[in-house]
Design a protein around this ligand. Sequence first.
Ligand SMILES: Cc1cc2nc3c(=O)[nH]c(=O)nc-3n(C[C@H](O)[C@H](O)[C@H](O)COP(=O)(O)O)c2cc1C
Length: 197
Amino acid sequence: MSAKPAPTIHPIDPLLAGRWSPRAFSAQAVTAEQLNSILEAARWAPSSSNIQPWRFLVWDRFLDANAYDRAFATLVPFNQDWVRGCPVLIAACASTVNSRGEPNRTAWYDTGAAAFSLTLQAHALGLAAHQMGGFDPALLRVAFQVPAEVEIIAMIAIGHHGDVQQLNDTLREREQAPRGRLALGDIAFAGEWGKTV
Ligand SMILES: Cc1cc2nc3c(=O)[nH]c(=O)nc-3n(C[C@H](O)[C@H](O)[C@H](O)COP(=O)(O)O)c2cc1C
């Protein structure tokens, strides 16, 4: 199941509607060219004062299996179950201070924008990208000597789409379940809080 377009109420660009978070990956390698494009998309994300607080730690199991395994080991068992075999893992991190050492309160927001650019670019290349909060950032920090002022926000699995039949029953069911979202009226308000657009 490599396509699961969003059943939108109003029309949106097919790139946005087509992106989703699959769990079936093939073991096929991601090329350096593809990975560079994916990271380049993140590089061109917008950020407050153009500070660009995002930092990405990248592990490719075909280039350094040992480092990949150490990053993989920080994932919660639920995620390990489906990530196993996926060729690339990326940790999306945010430097939480600006060049003067002051707190940058939009670092998380900006890094989210960069991470989303990255996932969209992966999708545009026909690849699958799946973000994860289910990992141990403290373990990852120690294992890869991430500086204290850098927040490790999410892990992202990237690879080629795989066969849904390789997933266990629970995951296969989730993979095939319809996609859902809150109603527009629940997330966007017209002029005053709670007033339907
Ligand atoms: C920050 C973040 C953390 C997430 N954590 C996990 C996770 O640990 N495991 C998982 O399987 N999916 C995870 N997801 C994927 C979401 O479940 C998914 O984006 C959501 O269900 C919407 O589905 P869609 O991306 O296919 O539209 C995460 C997504 C985001 C943005």
